[in-house]
Design a protein around this ligand. Structure first.
Ligand SMILES: Cc1cc2nc3c(=O)[nH]c(=O)nc-3n(C[C@H](O)[C@H](O)[C@H](O)COP(=O)(O)OP(=O)(O)OC[C@H]3O[C@@H](n4cnc5c(N)ncnc54)[C@H](O)[C@@H]3O)c2cc1C
Ligand code: FES
Length: 278
């Protein structure tokens, strides 16, 4: 985070755009001022606030590696005012960025472990950043499994990235879609059904997930059945946000603020606040 800890956004320019699917685009951004680029840092699972003048601000997770210092990437699903305006951005346009905020996945503490990643829909971006980081530090982690599920074929994102990741050593990816269609000959069903395909010793494994609340509940149950300890289960939650810094109270779950205590919580912490989580 910047030293001034303020709300003033740093300006970044769109340098590339990838249309992942009809509703999702990935934007590559570079800060206009070199000093902003140098002072900006994040860890996978944290979020930043992205703003467009006259439209508003939205919290988004950065999906590129935190070790990449020339640019950052965000993947955006077009659902409302800000995301729709972002969807219309062209190469060369500018956008405000402030942050990073919150707590991400504790990847430093997970070194030496096998990692099971379960992503649902637009929950993939923060986990994609975690995957990029682990591949940048491949020898620090054991086997990596990636389970990714979407509702429709058209929701599938990161096809190119997944191809690249699948070439890495000791990394398996399984993708499933809920609604069968003629374009798809892979797995069909809910992402949690993919757990039956895994042969995992949960004791040395950490489970990382991000997706809709109902999915997180089922994923947690799947992680626990594999023997993954509650301390090694990390879930990212989404709530409506305004300040992003623990001041406005918009994002609370009980006595926790998702923006500053989360968005990533261990299941040990989630258990203490469970009635209000899902
Ligand atoms: C920590 C965090 C990380 C996120 N990362 C990403 C990401 O990487 N990519 C991405 O596409 N999206 C991400 N989101 C979701 C994204 O912030 C919202 O989709 C965005 O704020 C919508 O803004 P808008 O102005 O486009 O929509 P609005 O015009 O504000 O709203 C559109 C509709 O969505 C509802 N809505 C808006 N925000 C939320 C929310 N957070 N939870 C539930 N309902 C909501 C509104 O009530 C409304 O019905 C993240 C959210 C959080 C909290
Ligand atoms: S968004 Fe303001 S307290 Fe969390």
């Amino acid at each position: 985070m910047r030293k001034d800890d303020g709300y003033k956004p740093m300006m970044a320019r769109v340098t590339a755009i990838v249309k992942e699917s009809p509703l999702i685009k990935t934007f590559r951004l570079s800060f206009l001022k070199k000093d902003d680029g140098k002072s900006f840092s994040f860890s996978p699972g944290q979020f930043s606030m992205f703003s467009l003048m006259g439209t508003g601000e939205a919290p988004l997770s950065i999906s590129s590696s935190p070790l990449e210092d020339k640019y950052l990437e965000v993947s955006v699903r077009n659902v409302g005012n800000v995301t729709n305006a972002m969807f219309r951005m062209k190469k060369g346009d500018t956008i405000g960025v402030r942050g990073s905020y919150g707590r991400g996945y504790p990847l430093e503490n997970l070194k030496g472990k096998d990692i099971l990643i379960v992503a649902g829909g637009i929950g993939f971006p923060p986990l994609a950043s975690a995957i990029e980081y682990m591949l940048d530090n491949r020898d620090d982690y054991g086997k990596i499994w990636i389970l990714y599920g979407v509702k429709e074929f058209d929701d599938l994102m990161y096809k190119k990235r997944m191809k690249r990741w699948s070439l890495a050593k000791d990394l398996d990816i399984i993708v499933t879609i809920e609604t069968p269609c003629t374009e798809w000959d892979g797995c069909v069903g809910n992402v949690t059904e993919l757990f039956t395909k895994l042969k995992i010793n949960g004791r040395n494994t950490a489970g990382l997930s991000c997706g809709p609340p109902v999915m997180l509940k089922l994923v947690t149950s799947g992680f626990r059945k594999l023997g993954i300890s509650d301390d090694d289960i990390y879930l990212s939650f989404e709530r409506m946000m305004q300040c992003g810094t623990g001041k406005c109270g918009h994002c609370n779950i009980g006595d926790k603020y998702v923006c500053s205590d989360g968005p990533v919580f261990s299941y040990s912490d989630v258990k203490k606040m469970q009635e209000m989580v899902w």
